[in-house]
Design a protein around this ligand. Structure first.
Ligand code: 5GP
Length: 113
């Protein structure tokens, strides 16, 4: 199966503006930012989407959630931020590698479109 663009970023084959990484995850600026801060936080493990999570993925998932507030703090999002996961076609998922959009730096409207 062809590598996703995010797997290529993990493997260093495609450049990205990385803001954080450790053994389990990677965070980098989205190329098409929808807010002053728009970072994608992804597991290094290849998981296609929320729907593809398995019983062994609890640890990596909780790790991602624990890391995101640290990244938000590192990026100065002291007034708040939003975490979005698009899952499947109706939600607009375009890359088949699980990713969390971390958005901030402006007031974010609700409900989302
Ligand atoms: P989705 O629509 O699947 O929830 O989000 C995919 C995100 O990946 C989009 O916001 C898109 O701008 C971003 N993206 C797609 N290709 C690249 C890339 O090559 N580099 C970076 N940094 N972001 C990308």
């Amino acid at each position: 199966m062809a590598k996703t663009i995010f797997k290529k970023i993990i493997d260093g084959e495609v450049p990205a503006k990385i803001v954080y990484q450790d053994e389990q995850c990677l965070a980098f600026h989205d190329v098409n930012a929808q807010a002053p801060v728009h970072v994608l936080v992804i597991p290094k493990k290849e998981i296609a989407s929320l729907d593809a999570l398995g019983p062994d993925d609890g640890a990596v998932l909780s790790h991602l959630w624990l890391v995101m507030p640290k990244i938000a703090k590192q990026l100065g999002l002291s007034d708040g931020y939003r975490v979005v996961v698009n899952c499947g076609r109706d939600a607009g998922q375009t890359v088949d590698h699980l990713h969390f959009h971390l958005l901030g730096g402006r007031s974010l409207s609700w409900p989302p479109g």
